[in-house]
Design a protein around this ligand. Structure first.
Ligand code: ADP
Ligand code: MG
Ligand code: MG
Ligand code: MG
Ligand code: MG
Length: 618
Protein backbone atom coordinates (compact mmCIF):
# COMPACT_ATOMS: atom_id res chain seq x y z
CA UNK A 1 0.00 0.00 0.00
CA UNK A 2 1.37 3.37 -0.98
CA UNK A 3 1.12 6.54 1.01
CA UNK A 4 -0.80 9.15 -0.93
CA UNK A 5 -0.80 7.48 -4.27
CA UNK A 6 -4.30 6.07 -4.14
CA UNK A 7 -7.45 7.86 -5.28
CA UNK A 8 -10.09 9.62 -3.25
CA UNK A 9 -12.02 7.15 -1.08
CA UNK A 10 -15.78 7.08 -1.44
CA UNK A 11 -18.27 7.52 1.38
CA UNK A 12 -20.14 4.67 3.02
CA UNK A 13 -23.40 5.73 1.36
CA UNK A 14 -21.70 5.62 -2.04
CA UNK A 15 -19.93 2.39 -1.13
CA UNK A 16 -23.22 0.79 -0.18
CA UNK A 17 -24.71 1.60 -3.57
CA UNK A 18 -21.65 0.21 -5.29
CA UNK A 19 -21.42 -2.79 -3.04
CA UNK A 20 -23.19 -5.21 -5.40
CA UNK A 21 -21.02 -4.10 -8.27
CA UNK A 22 -17.81 -4.42 -6.25
CA UNK A 23 -18.88 -7.84 -5.06
CA UNK A 24 -19.71 -9.09 -8.54
CA UNK A 25 -16.42 -7.92 -9.92
CA UNK A 26 -14.48 -9.24 -6.96
CA UNK A 27 -15.86 -12.70 -7.64
CA UNK A 28 -15.17 -12.55 -11.36
CA UNK A 29 -11.65 -11.44 -10.55
CA UNK A 30 -11.20 -14.36 -8.18
CA UNK A 31 -12.56 -16.84 -10.71
CA UNK A 32 -10.20 -15.58 -13.43
CA UNK A 33 -7.26 -15.63 -11.08
CA UNK A 34 -8.11 -19.12 -9.92
CA UNK A 35 -8.43 -20.46 -13.45
CA UNK A 36 -5.10 -19.00 -14.37
CA UNK A 37 -3.20 -20.02 -11.26
CA UNK A 38 -4.76 -23.16 -9.80
CA UNK A 39 -2.21 -25.37 -11.55
CA UNK A 40 0.75 -23.21 -10.69
CA UNK A 41 3.40 -25.61 -9.34
CA UNK A 42 6.87 -25.67 -7.94
CA UNK A 43 7.10 -22.42 -6.05
CA UNK A 44 9.85 -22.65 -3.47
CA UNK A 45 9.51 -21.90 0.21
CA UNK A 46 9.69 -18.19 0.85
CA UNK A 47 8.62 -16.56 4.05
CA UNK A 48 8.75 -13.29 5.89
CA UNK A 49 7.59 -11.60 9.05
CA UNK A 50 5.70 -8.38 9.69
CA UNK A 51 6.42 -6.45 12.87
CA UNK A 52 4.31 -3.51 14.02
CA UNK A 53 5.99 -0.76 16.03
CA UNK A 54 4.73 2.18 18.06
CA UNK A 55 6.37 5.54 18.55
CA UNK A 56 6.49 6.80 22.11
CA UNK A 57 7.68 10.15 23.43
CA UNK A 58 9.18 10.09 26.90
CA UNK A 59 9.52 13.06 29.20
CA UNK A 60 12.07 12.12 31.83
CA UNK A 61 11.48 15.19 33.98
CA UNK A 62 7.74 14.89 34.16
CA UNK A 63 7.89 11.12 34.01
CA UNK A 64 5.40 10.80 31.20
CA UNK A 65 5.21 8.50 28.18
CA UNK A 66 2.90 9.48 25.34
CA UNK A 67 2.16 8.13 21.92
CA UNK A 68 3.98 10.26 19.39
CA UNK A 69 1.68 10.97 16.45
CA UNK A 70 4.49 11.26 13.97
CA UNK A 71 4.41 8.06 11.99
CA UNK A 72 3.38 9.81 8.78
CA UNK A 73 6.44 12.06 8.91
CA UNK A 74 8.57 9.06 9.73
CA UNK A 75 7.05 7.00 6.93
CA UNK A 76 7.88 9.62 4.31
CA UNK A 77 11.52 9.45 5.39
CA UNK A 78 11.64 5.70 5.74
CA UNK A 79 10.21 5.14 2.26
CA UNK A 80 12.85 7.26 0.53
CA UNK A 81 15.33 4.41 0.14
CA UNK A 82 12.70 2.10 -1.29
CA UNK A 83 11.53 4.72 -3.74
CA UNK A 84 15.08 5.20 -4.96
CA UNK A 85 15.79 1.49 -5.38
CA UNK A 86 13.25 -1.06 -4.14
CA UNK A 87 15.49 -4.02 -4.88
CA UNK A 88 18.33 -2.83 -2.67
CA UNK A 89 16.55 -2.15 0.62
CA UNK A 90 17.03 -4.31 3.68
CA UNK A 91 13.58 -3.55 4.97
CA UNK A 92 10.25 -2.19 3.84
CA UNK A 93 8.06 0.21 5.77
CA UNK A 94 4.29 0.45 5.58
CA UNK A 95 1.70 2.58 7.34
CA UNK A 96 -0.58 1.06 9.95
CA UNK A 97 -3.83 2.17 11.54
CA UNK A 98 -2.38 4.31 14.31
CA UNK A 99 -0.78 7.71 13.69
CA UNK A 100 1.90 6.40 16.06
CA UNK A 101 2.37 3.04 14.30
CA UNK A 102 4.58 1.74 11.53
CA UNK A 103 4.98 -1.73 10.09
CA UNK A 104 8.32 -3.18 9.02
CA UNK A 105 9.11 -6.27 6.96
CA UNK A 106 12.36 -7.64 5.53
CA UNK A 107 13.32 -6.12 2.17
CA UNK A 108 13.09 -9.51 0.53
CA UNK A 109 11.41 -12.64 1.80
CA UNK A 110 13.63 -15.34 3.28
CA UNK A 111 14.11 -18.61 1.47
CA UNK A 112 14.51 -22.29 2.14
CA UNK A 113 17.99 -22.40 3.63
CA UNK A 114 18.28 -23.34 7.28
CA UNK A 115 20.75 -20.46 7.60
CA UNK A 116 17.89 -18.05 6.97
CA UNK A 117 16.77 -18.68 10.53
CA UNK A 118 19.96 -16.99 11.60
CA UNK A 119 19.32 -13.70 9.81
CA UNK A 120 15.76 -12.92 10.93
CA UNK A 121 16.75 -11.32 14.21
CA UNK A 122 19.61 -9.34 12.66
CA UNK A 123 17.18 -7.98 10.11
CA UNK A 124 14.76 -7.03 12.88
CA UNK A 125 17.60 -5.24 14.67
CA UNK A 126 18.55 -3.48 11.48
CA UNK A 127 14.95 -2.38 10.98
CA UNK A 128 14.79 -0.94 14.45
CA UNK A 129 18.02 1.00 13.94
CA UNK A 130 16.91 2.29 10.57
CA UNK A 131 13.69 3.66 12.06
CA UNK A 132 15.48 4.96 15.14
CA UNK A 133 17.68 7.14 12.94
CA UNK A 134 14.59 9.21 12.19
CA UNK A 135 13.50 9.75 15.77
CA UNK A 136 13.56 13.02 17.64
CA UNK A 137 15.09 13.30 21.06
CA UNK A 138 13.22 11.42 23.76
CA UNK A 139 11.26 9.53 21.13
CA UNK A 140 11.55 5.75 21.22
CA UNK A 141 10.38 2.93 18.99
CA UNK A 142 8.66 0.09 20.79
CA UNK A 143 7.33 -3.30 19.88
CA UNK A 144 4.60 -3.24 22.49
CA UNK A 145 1.18 -4.70 21.74
CA UNK A 146 -1.03 -2.11 23.37
CA UNK A 147 0.01 1.26 24.74
CA UNK A 148 -1.05 1.11 28.39
CA UNK A 149 -2.96 4.41 28.33
CA UNK A 150 -4.23 4.43 24.75
CA UNK A 151 -7.38 6.56 24.89
CA UNK A 152 -6.69 7.95 28.37
CA UNK A 153 -6.61 11.73 28.82
CA UNK A 154 -3.39 13.40 27.78
CA UNK A 155 -1.81 10.31 26.27
CA UNK A 156 -0.62 11.64 22.91
CA UNK A 157 2.03 14.05 21.71
CA UNK A 158 0.87 16.50 20.43
CA UNK A 159 -2.17 16.46 22.70
CA UNK A 160 -5.37 15.59 20.86
CA UNK A 161 -8.89 15.64 22.22
CA UNK A 162 -11.57 13.15 21.33
CA UNK A 163 -14.54 14.46 19.34
CA UNK A 164 -17.61 12.45 20.39
CA UNK A 165 -19.92 14.39 18.07
CA UNK A 166 -17.87 14.73 14.90
CA UNK A 167 -15.20 12.95 12.87
CA UNK A 168 -14.95 9.31 11.93
CA UNK A 169 -14.68 7.40 15.20
CA UNK A 170 -16.79 9.65 17.50
CA UNK A 171 -15.08 8.17 20.51
CA UNK A 172 -15.45 9.52 24.03
CA UNK A 173 -11.82 8.62 24.65
CA UNK A 174 -9.72 8.37 21.54
CA UNK A 175 -9.00 11.25 19.19
CA UNK A 176 -9.19 10.82 15.41
CA UNK A 177 -5.76 12.47 15.42
CA UNK A 178 -4.43 9.11 16.57
CA UNK A 179 -5.44 7.53 13.24
CA UNK A 180 -2.80 7.46 10.51
CA UNK A 181 -3.43 10.60 8.42
CA UNK A 182 -1.32 9.87 5.35
CA UNK A 183 -3.56 7.28 3.76
CA UNK A 184 -7.32 7.64 3.28
CA UNK A 185 -7.88 3.92 3.81
CA UNK A 186 -7.80 4.07 7.59
CA UNK A 187 -10.20 6.97 8.11
CA UNK A 188 -12.54 5.52 5.54
CA UNK A 189 -12.50 2.12 7.19
CA UNK A 190 -13.25 3.64 10.59
CA UNK A 191 -16.12 5.71 9.18
CA UNK A 192 -17.60 2.89 7.13
CA UNK A 193 -17.55 0.46 10.01
CA UNK A 194 -19.40 2.91 12.28
CA UNK A 195 -21.87 3.93 9.61
CA UNK A 196 -22.60 0.43 8.42
CA UNK A 197 -23.11 -0.75 11.99
CA UNK A 198 -25.37 2.22 12.61
CA UNK A 199 -23.65 3.09 15.89
CA UNK A 200 -20.21 3.16 17.49
CA UNK A 201 -18.45 -0.14 18.09
CA UNK A 202 -18.62 -1.63 21.58
CA UNK A 203 -15.63 -3.24 23.25
CA UNK A 204 -15.98 -4.72 26.73
CA UNK A 205 -12.91 -6.02 28.48
CA UNK A 206 -13.37 -7.51 31.95
CA UNK A 207 -11.47 -5.45 34.49
CA UNK A 208 -8.99 -7.15 36.82
CA UNK A 209 -10.75 -6.97 40.19
CA UNK A 210 -8.22 -5.99 42.80
CA UNK A 211 -8.80 -5.22 46.50
CA UNK A 212 -9.60 -1.55 45.93
CA UNK A 213 -11.21 -1.73 42.53
CA UNK A 214 -14.66 -0.08 42.90
CA UNK A 215 -17.42 -2.65 43.16
CA UNK A 216 -19.02 -2.40 40.78
CA UNK A 217 -16.50 -0.70 38.53
CA UNK A 218 -18.55 1.88 36.59
CA UNK A 219 -17.35 5.09 34.96
CA UNK A 220 -19.15 8.41 34.63
CA UNK A 221 -19.30 8.65 30.85
CA UNK A 222 -21.51 11.75 30.81
CA UNK A 223 -18.54 13.73 32.11
CA UNK A 224 -16.82 12.85 28.83
CA UNK A 225 -19.65 14.14 26.67
CA UNK A 226 -21.68 10.97 26.34
CA UNK A 227 -25.20 11.60 25.08
CA UNK A 228 -26.38 8.53 26.94
CA UNK A 229 -25.73 6.03 24.17
CA UNK A 230 -22.44 4.86 25.66
CA UNK A 231 -23.77 4.64 29.23
CA UNK A 232 -26.56 2.45 27.89
CA UNK A 233 -24.17 -0.16 26.53
CA UNK A 234 -21.25 0.05 28.97
CA UNK A 235 -21.21 -2.94 31.33
CA UNK A 236 -20.34 -2.93 35.02
CA UNK A 237 -16.91 -4.34 35.86
CA UNK A 238 -15.70 -3.92 32.29
CA UNK A 239 -13.33 -1.50 30.62
CA UNK A 240 -15.54 0.06 27.97
CA UNK A 241 -14.04 1.19 24.65
CA UNK A 242 -15.85 2.62 21.68
CA UNK A 243 -13.56 3.02 18.67
CA UNK A 244 -11.78 1.07 15.96
CA UNK A 245 -8.47 2.55 17.13
CA UNK A 246 -8.58 0.57 20.37
CA UNK A 247 -8.21 -2.66 18.41
CA UNK A 248 -6.48 -1.74 15.19
CA UNK A 249 -4.19 0.48 17.24
CA UNK A 250 -2.63 -2.65 18.78
CA UNK A 251 0.64 -4.01 17.39
CA UNK A 252 1.03 -7.59 16.28
CA UNK A 253 3.46 -10.04 14.72
CA UNK A 254 2.62 -11.95 11.54
CA UNK A 255 4.34 -14.51 9.32
CA UNK A 256 3.62 -15.33 5.67
CA UNK A 257 4.77 -18.51 3.87
CA UNK A 258 4.75 -19.36 0.23
CA UNK A 259 3.61 -22.88 -0.58
CA UNK A 260 4.75 -24.93 -3.57
CA UNK A 261 1.20 -25.06 -4.94
CA UNK A 262 -2.40 -24.39 -3.99
CA UNK A 263 -2.82 -27.82 -2.41
CA UNK A 264 0.08 -27.28 -0.06
CA UNK A 265 -1.20 -23.81 0.79
CA UNK A 266 -4.57 -25.28 1.73
CA UNK A 267 -2.88 -27.93 3.86
CA UNK A 268 -0.76 -25.37 5.69
CA UNK A 269 -3.75 -23.11 6.21
CA UNK A 270 -5.63 -25.96 7.86
CA UNK A 271 -2.80 -27.48 9.86
CA UNK A 272 -1.72 -24.17 11.36
CA UNK A 273 -5.27 -23.17 12.27
CA UNK A 274 -5.43 -25.28 15.49
CA UNK A 275 -2.15 -23.68 16.52
CA UNK A 276 -3.52 -20.13 16.48
CA UNK A 277 -5.10 -20.22 19.95
CA UNK A 278 -2.02 -21.89 21.40
CA UNK A 279 0.23 -19.15 20.03
CA UNK A 280 -2.23 -16.50 21.17
CA UNK A 281 -1.79 -17.77 24.75
CA UNK A 282 1.97 -18.16 24.42
CA UNK A 283 2.59 -14.69 22.99
CA UNK A 284 0.02 -12.87 25.16
CA UNK A 285 1.33 -9.34 25.72
CA UNK A 286 -1.59 -6.99 26.31
CA UNK A 287 -3.14 -7.01 29.80
CA UNK A 288 -3.85 -3.25 30.09
CA UNK A 289 -6.45 -1.17 28.23
CA UNK A 290 -7.16 2.54 28.50
CA UNK A 291 -5.19 2.82 31.73
CA UNK A 292 -6.85 -0.12 33.50
CA UNK A 293 -5.52 -3.55 34.31
CA UNK A 294 -7.69 -6.11 32.55
CA UNK A 295 -8.60 -9.68 33.30
CA UNK A 296 -7.43 -10.81 29.85
CA UNK A 297 -3.91 -11.05 28.49
CA UNK A 298 -4.11 -10.55 24.74
CA UNK A 299 -5.55 -8.22 22.12
CA UNK A 300 -7.46 -10.64 19.90
CA UNK A 301 -11.07 -10.03 20.89
CA UNK A 302 -10.50 -6.32 21.41
CA UNK A 303 -9.52 -6.07 17.77
CA UNK A 304 -12.39 -8.30 16.75
CA UNK A 305 -14.96 -6.09 18.48
CA UNK A 306 -13.27 -2.91 17.31
CA UNK A 307 -14.14 -3.66 13.67
CA UNK A 308 -17.49 -5.32 14.19
CA UNK A 309 -19.49 -3.62 11.45
CA UNK A 310 -22.57 -5.85 11.63
CA UNK A 311 -25.91 -4.05 11.69
CA UNK A 312 -28.33 -4.55 14.57
CA UNK A 313 -30.27 -6.90 12.34
CA UNK A 314 -27.21 -8.95 11.46
CA UNK A 315 -26.36 -9.16 15.17
CA UNK A 316 -29.83 -10.52 15.85
CA UNK A 317 -30.99 -7.51 17.88
CA UNK A 318 -33.64 -6.28 15.46
CA UNK A 319 -35.79 -7.76 12.71
CA UNK A 320 -33.80 -8.22 9.50
CA UNK A 321 -34.24 -5.64 6.76
CA UNK A 322 -33.99 -6.18 3.01
CA UNK A 323 -31.22 -8.57 2.06
CA UNK A 324 -29.73 -8.81 5.56
CA UNK A 325 -29.07 -12.09 7.31
CA UNK A 326 -27.89 -12.95 10.79
CA UNK A 327 -24.10 -13.07 11.01
CA UNK A 328 -22.62 -14.66 14.10
CA UNK A 329 -19.11 -13.24 13.99
CA UNK A 330 -17.17 -10.05 13.34
CA UNK A 331 -15.12 -9.65 10.18
CA UNK A 332 -12.04 -10.15 12.37
CA UNK A 333 -11.93 -13.56 14.04
CA UNK A 334 -10.93 -17.19 13.99
CA UNK A 335 -10.82 -19.29 10.87
CA UNK A 336 -14.30 -20.80 10.62
CA UNK A 337 -13.76 -23.45 7.96
CA UNK A 338 -10.91 -25.66 6.84
CA UNK A 339 -9.85 -25.57 3.20
CA UNK A 340 -8.11 -28.87 2.50
CA UNK A 341 -9.81 -32.12 1.58
CA UNK A 342 -8.49 -33.63 4.79
CA UNK A 343 -10.06 -30.76 6.71
CA UNK A 344 -13.52 -31.19 5.25
CA UNK A 345 -14.83 -33.62 7.84
CA UNK A 346 -13.71 -31.34 10.66
CA UNK A 347 -15.88 -28.48 9.43
CA UNK A 348 -18.55 -28.97 12.07
CA UNK A 349 -19.67 -25.35 12.26
CA UNK A 350 -22.35 -24.15 9.91
CA UNK A 351 -20.61 -21.64 7.70
CA UNK A 352 -22.65 -18.73 6.54
CA UNK A 353 -22.04 -17.90 2.93
CA UNK A 354 -23.61 -16.04 0.05
CA UNK A 355 -25.45 -18.71 -1.94
CA UNK A 356 -25.40 -16.75 -5.18
CA UNK A 357 -21.65 -16.26 -4.96
CA UNK A 358 -21.18 -19.90 -3.98
CA UNK A 359 -23.13 -21.14 -7.00
CA UNK A 360 -21.27 -18.84 -9.32
CA UNK A 361 -17.96 -20.22 -8.03
CA UNK A 362 -19.13 -23.85 -8.28
CA UNK A 363 -20.37 -23.23 -11.84
CA UNK A 364 -16.87 -22.09 -12.66
CA UNK A 365 -15.23 -25.28 -11.50
CA UNK A 366 -14.21 -24.20 -8.02
CA UNK A 367 -14.58 -26.97 -5.43
CA UNK A 368 -16.97 -26.83 -2.49
CA UNK A 369 -14.42 -25.98 0.21
CA UNK A 370 -12.78 -23.10 -1.60
CA UNK A 371 -16.12 -21.87 -2.90
CA UNK A 372 -17.60 -21.72 0.60
CA UNK A 373 -14.47 -19.99 1.91
CA UNK A 374 -14.71 -17.27 -0.72
CA UNK A 375 -18.51 -17.03 -0.53
CA UNK A 376 -18.17 -16.69 3.25
CA UNK A 377 -15.80 -13.74 2.83
CA UNK A 378 -18.42 -12.22 0.57
CA UNK A 379 -21.17 -12.13 3.20
CA UNK A 380 -19.66 -8.82 4.23
CA UNK A 381 -20.32 -5.68 2.28
CA UNK A 382 -17.65 -3.99 0.26
CA UNK A 383 -15.86 -7.17 0.53
CA UNK A 384 -12.24 -7.18 -0.22
CA UNK A 385 -9.83 -9.78 1.02
CA UNK A 386 -7.88 -7.16 2.90
CA UNK A 387 -10.78 -6.18 5.14
CA UNK A 388 -11.54 -9.72 6.26
CA UNK A 389 -9.20 -10.52 9.06
CA UNK A 390 -8.95 -14.13 10.25
CA UNK A 391 -6.45 -15.97 12.44
CA UNK A 392 -5.00 -17.40 9.22
CA UNK A 393 -5.16 -15.78 5.81
CA UNK A 394 -5.18 -17.64 2.51
CA UNK A 395 -3.38 -15.33 0.09
CA UNK A 396 -3.85 -16.03 -3.62
CA UNK A 397 -1.03 -14.96 -5.95
CA UNK A 398 -1.36 -11.31 -6.92
CA UNK A 399 -2.23 -10.91 -10.63
CA UNK A 400 0.79 -10.72 -12.97
CA UNK A 401 3.41 -11.43 -10.34
CA UNK A 402 5.97 -14.12 -9.67
CA UNK A 403 4.48 -14.73 -6.23
CA UNK A 404 2.82 -18.05 -5.50
CA UNK A 405 0.00 -19.25 -3.19
CA UNK A 406 0.70 -18.12 0.36
CA UNK A 407 -0.73 -18.42 3.85
CA UNK A 408 -0.35 -15.98 6.70
CA UNK A 409 -0.22 -16.79 10.43
CA UNK A 410 -1.83 -13.87 12.31
CA UNK A 411 -2.74 -14.48 15.96
CA UNK A 412 0.44 -13.40 17.79
CA UNK A 413 0.80 -10.36 20.02
CA UNK A 414 4.10 -8.64 19.31
CA UNK A 415 6.92 -9.19 21.84
CA UNK A 416 9.16 -6.52 23.35
CA UNK A 417 12.49 -7.72 21.97
CA UNK A 418 13.78 -8.74 18.55
CA UNK A 419 15.07 -11.92 20.17
CA UNK A 420 11.56 -12.97 21.21
CA UNK A 421 9.94 -11.93 17.94
CA UNK A 422 12.56 -13.85 15.96
CA UNK A 423 12.01 -16.85 18.23
CA UNK A 424 8.25 -16.83 17.60
CA UNK A 425 8.66 -16.42 13.85
CA UNK A 426 11.31 -19.15 13.53
CA UNK A 427 9.26 -21.50 15.69
CA UNK A 428 6.24 -21.13 13.42
CA UNK A 429 8.22 -21.49 10.21
CA UNK A 430 10.03 -24.56 11.55
CA UNK A 431 6.76 -26.05 12.62
CA UNK A 432 5.33 -25.53 9.13
CA UNK A 433 8.31 -27.51 7.75
CA UNK A 434 7.80 -30.29 10.27
CA UNK A 435 4.09 -30.47 9.44
CA UNK A 436 4.88 -30.92 5.75
CA UNK A 437 7.85 -33.28 6.14
CA UNK A 438 6.23 -35.56 8.69
CA UNK A 439 2.79 -35.24 7.20
CA UNK A 440 1.41 -34.32 10.62
CA UNK A 441 -2.28 -34.08 11.24
CA UNK A 442 -3.24 -31.45 13.83
CA UNK A 443 -6.86 -31.18 12.81
CA UNK A 444 -9.68 -31.11 15.34
CA UNK A 445 -13.26 -29.99 14.80
CA UNK A 446 -13.22 -26.32 13.85
CA UNK A 447 -15.74 -25.54 16.61
CA UNK A 448 -13.10 -26.61 19.13
CA UNK A 449 -10.52 -24.27 17.57
CA UNK A 450 -12.99 -21.41 17.84
CA UNK A 451 -13.62 -22.29 21.48
CA UNK A 452 -9.84 -22.41 22.06
CA UNK A 453 -9.46 -18.83 20.81
CA UNK A 454 -11.63 -17.65 23.72
CA UNK A 455 -9.55 -19.68 26.15
CA UNK A 456 -6.34 -18.29 24.65
CA UNK A 457 -7.03 -14.69 25.61
CA UNK A 458 -7.68 -15.46 29.29
CA UNK A 459 -5.40 -14.19 32.03
CA UNK A 460 -2.40 -16.51 32.30
CA UNK A 461 -3.92 -18.91 29.77
CA UNK A 462 -0.51 -20.41 29.18
CA UNK A 463 -0.44 -21.81 32.71
CA UNK A 464 -4.08 -22.03 33.67
CA UNK A 465 -6.08 -23.06 30.62
CA UNK A 466 -6.43 -26.31 28.78
CA UNK A 467 -6.92 -26.40 25.03
CA UNK A 468 -8.58 -28.88 22.74
CA UNK A 469 -5.87 -30.59 20.74
CA UNK A 470 -5.49 -33.71 18.65
CA UNK A 471 -4.13 -36.64 20.68
CA UNK A 472 -2.17 -38.38 17.97
CA UNK A 473 -0.75 -35.98 15.43
CA UNK A 474 1.85 -38.30 13.91
CA UNK A 475 -0.04 -41.36 12.73
CA UNK A 476 -1.05 -41.05 9.11
CA UNK A 477 -3.95 -43.46 9.25
CA UNK A 478 -7.24 -41.63 9.58
CA UNK A 479 -9.91 -43.24 11.64
CA UNK A 480 -13.50 -43.19 10.45
CA UNK A 481 -14.66 -41.55 13.61
CA UNK A 482 -12.51 -38.49 13.06
CA UNK A 483 -15.02 -36.22 14.69
CA UNK A 484 -15.52 -38.35 17.72
CA UNK A 485 -14.33 -37.19 21.05
CA UNK A 486 -11.67 -39.86 21.52
CA UNK A 487 -9.58 -38.27 18.77
CA UNK A 488 -8.89 -35.13 20.72
CA UNK A 489 -8.57 -34.07 24.31
CA UNK A 490 -7.73 -31.12 26.54
CA UNK A 491 -4.07 -30.29 27.01
CA UNK A 492 -2.05 -27.53 28.63
CA UNK A 493 0.19 -25.37 26.44
CA UNK A 494 3.12 -27.04 28.17
CA UNK A 495 1.93 -30.50 27.13
CA UNK A 496 1.31 -29.35 23.56
CA UNK A 497 4.66 -27.63 23.14
CA UNK A 498 6.93 -29.82 25.26
CA UNK A 499 5.09 -33.13 25.20
CA UNK A 500 4.03 -35.44 27.99
CA UNK A 501 5.38 -38.94 28.34
CA UNK A 502 3.03 -41.52 26.98
CA UNK A 503 0.32 -38.93 26.40
CA UNK A 504 1.40 -36.42 23.79
CA UNK A 505 4.49 -36.26 21.63
CA UNK A 506 5.06 -32.47 21.86
CA UNK A 507 5.78 -29.99 19.09
CA UNK A 508 9.32 -29.09 20.14
CA UNK A 509 10.49 -32.73 20.37
CA UNK A 510 9.16 -33.14 16.80
CA UNK A 511 11.01 -30.04 15.64
CA UNK A 512 14.20 -31.35 17.25
CA UNK A 513 13.89 -34.71 15.60
CA UNK A 514 13.40 -32.92 12.27
CA UNK A 515 16.47 -30.75 12.92
CA UNK A 516 18.57 -33.81 13.68
CA UNK A 517 18.11 -34.89 10.10
CA UNK A 518 19.01 -31.52 8.63
CA UNK A 519 22.35 -30.09 7.72
CA UNK A 520 22.50 -27.04 9.98
CA UNK A 521 25.62 -24.92 10.43
CA UNK A 522 26.83 -24.41 13.99
CA UNK A 523 25.75 -20.78 14.40
CA UNK A 524 22.30 -21.35 13.01
CA UNK A 525 21.92 -24.42 15.19
CA UNK A 526 22.86 -22.41 18.25
CA UNK A 527 20.43 -19.62 17.37
CA UNK A 528 17.56 -22.00 16.73
CA UNK A 529 18.18 -23.79 20.02
CA UNK A 530 18.03 -20.52 21.92
CA UNK A 531 14.74 -19.68 20.28
CA UNK A 532 13.31 -23.10 21.04
CA UNK A 533 14.47 -22.81 24.61
CA UNK A 534 12.55 -19.57 25.01
CA UNK A 535 9.39 -21.13 23.59
CA UNK A 536 9.86 -24.23 25.74
CA UNK A 537 10.25 -22.24 28.93
CA UNK A 538 7.39 -19.89 28.18
CA UNK A 539 5.21 -22.93 27.64
CA UNK A 540 6.33 -24.62 30.86
CA UNK A 541 5.78 -21.47 32.91
CA UNK A 542 9.44 -21.25 33.85
CA UNK A 543 9.54 -17.92 32.02
CA UNK A 544 6.80 -15.32 32.11
CA UNK A 545 4.76 -14.23 29.14
CA UNK A 546 5.05 -10.55 28.26
CA UNK A 547 1.54 -10.06 29.65
CA UNK A 548 2.51 -11.63 32.97
CA UNK A 549 5.57 -9.40 33.13
CA UNK A 550 3.55 -6.22 32.46
CA UNK A 551 0.98 -7.32 35.04
CA UNK A 552 3.70 -7.87 37.61
CA UNK A 553 5.22 -4.45 36.89
CA UNK A 554 1.82 -2.81 37.43
CA UNK A 555 1.04 -4.66 40.63
CA UNK A 556 4.49 -4.09 42.15
CA UNK A 557 4.67 -0.42 41.22
CA UNK A 558 4.93 1.87 44.27
CA UNK A 559 2.15 4.09 42.93
CA UNK A 560 -0.26 1.21 42.32
CA UNK A 561 -3.18 1.47 44.71
CA UNK A 562 -4.65 -1.98 44.09
CA UNK A 563 -7.46 -0.29 42.23
CA UNK A 564 -6.67 -1.57 38.69
CA UNK A 565 -5.56 1.92 37.62
CA UNK A 566 -2.40 2.29 35.54
CA UNK A 567 -1.47 5.97 35.88
CA UNK A 568 0.97 8.14 33.93
CA UNK A 569 4.00 7.53 36.13
CA UNK A 570 3.43 3.79 36.06
CA UNK A 571 3.10 3.94 32.29
CA UNK A 572 6.34 5.88 32.03
CA UNK A 573 8.22 3.49 34.30
CA UNK A 574 6.95 0.36 32.60
CA UNK A 575 7.58 1.67 29.08
CA UNK A 576 11.06 2.77 30.12
CA UNK A 577 11.85 -0.64 31.62
CA UNK A 578 10.51 -2.34 28.52
CA UNK A 579 12.72 -0.13 26.38
CA UNK A 580 15.78 -0.96 28.46
CA UNK A 581 15.03 -4.66 28.22
CA UNK A 582 14.61 -4.34 24.48
CA UNK A 583 17.93 -2.48 24.21
CA UNK A 584 19.63 -5.12 26.33
CA UNK A 585 20.73 -2.66 29.00
CA UNK A 586 18.47 -4.22 31.59
CA UNK A 587 18.36 -7.97 32.06
CA UNK A 588 15.04 -9.60 32.64
CA UNK A 589 15.68 -13.26 33.42
CA UNK A 590 12.08 -13.88 34.50
CA UNK A 591 10.96 -13.01 30.96
CA UNK A 592 13.90 -14.01 28.79
CA UNK A 593 16.09 -16.36 30.79
CA UNK A 594 19.81 -15.74 31.13
CA UNK A 595 20.99 -16.38 27.63
CA UNK A 596 19.45 -13.93 25.17
CA UNK A 597 22.23 -13.35 22.72
CA UNK A 598 21.94 -15.37 19.57
CA UNK A 599 24.51 -15.75 16.79
CA UNK A 600 22.31 -13.88 14.37
CA UNK A 601 24.03 -12.29 11.35
CA UNK A 602 22.84 -9.90 8.66
CA UNK A 603 23.84 -12.09 5.74
CA UNK A 604 24.44 -15.76 5.20
CA UNK A 605 28.15 -16.51 4.76
CA UNK A 606 28.76 -17.79 1.21
CA UNK A 607 30.36 -21.02 2.37
CA UNK A 608 27.30 -21.91 4.41
CA UNK A 609 24.93 -21.09 1.56
CA UNK A 610 26.90 -23.40 -0.75
CA UNK A 611 27.18 -26.18 1.81
CA UNK A 612 23.45 -26.03 2.38
CA UNK A 613 22.35 -25.77 -1.21
CA UNK A 614 21.52 -29.43 -1.47
CA UNK A 615 19.67 -29.41 1.82
CA UNK A 616 16.72 -27.15 1.30
CA UNK A 617 14.42 -26.96 4.28
CA UNK A 618 11.53 -28.20 2.26
P1 ADP B 1 0.18 -8.12 4.33
O1 ADP B 1 0.22 -6.84 5.09
O2 ADP B 1 -0.76 -8.14 3.21
O3 ADP B 1 -0.02 -9.31 5.22
P2 ADP B 1 3.00 -7.62 3.73
O4 ADP B 1 3.40 -7.35 2.35
O5 ADP B 1 3.02 -6.52 4.71
O6 ADP B 1 1.60 -8.37 3.64
O7 ADP B 1 3.95 -8.74 4.35
C1 ADP B 1 4.07 -9.97 3.81
C2 ADP B 1 5.27 -10.75 4.28
O8 ADP B 1 5.44 -11.75 3.31
C3 ADP B 1 6.59 -9.99 4.34
O9 ADP B 1 7.34 -10.45 5.42
C4 ADP B 1 7.29 -10.39 3.05
O10 ADP B 1 8.71 -10.42 3.18
C5 ADP B 1 6.79 -11.78 2.85
N1 ADP B 1 6.80 -12.18 1.44
C6 ADP B 1 6.97 -11.43 0.35
N2 ADP B 1 6.92 -12.17 -0.77
C7 ADP B 1 6.67 -13.42 -0.37
C8 ADP B 1 6.50 -14.65 -1.05
N3 ADP B 1 6.57 -14.76 -2.36
N4 ADP B 1 6.24 -15.71 -0.30
C9 ADP B 1 6.15 -15.63 1.04
N5 ADP B 1 6.31 -14.51 1.72
C10 ADP B 1 6.58 -13.41 1.03
MG1 MG C 1 1.64 -5.89 6.07
MG1 MG D 1 -1.60 -5.40 6.83
MG1 MG E 1 0.06 -4.76 9.86
MG1 MG F 1 -0.03 -9.21 7.28
Amino acid sequence: MGLLTEGHPISWEETKKLSKHVRKHGIIQFINLYKKLRDREGDVLKWGDEVEYMLVKLNHEKKTAKLSLRSYELMLKLNEKEQADPSAVKCLWRPEFGAYMIEGTPGQPYGGLMAHFNIVEANMKHRRLEAEEQLKSEEILMTFTNFLRLGSPDSTEPPANPTPDTGYQRSLFLSDEAVFPGHPRFKTLATNIRQRRGEKVIIHVPIYKDENTPKPFREDLSALGDDGSSAKVAKDDHIYMDAMGFGMGCCCLQVTFQASNIREARTLYDQLTPLCPIMLALTAASPVYRGYLADIDSRWFVVSNSVDCRTRGERGLEPLKGEEFIIKTSRYGSVESYLSEQGDKYNDTKLLYDKEVYNQLIDNGIDHLLAQHVAHLFIRDCNLQSTNWRSMRFKPPPPNSSIGWRVEFRPCDVQMTDFENAAVVCFIVLLSRVILSYNLNLLIPISKVIENMSRGEKRDAVNKEKFWFRKDITSTGEKDNALEADQYGEFTVNEIINGKDGVFVGLIPLINSYLNNMNVDADTHCTIQRYLKLIRKRASGELMTTAAWIRKEVINHPEYKKDSVVNETMTYDIIKSAYEIQKGVRSCPELLGFCTTSKTTETIPAAIAIAEKCHLVN
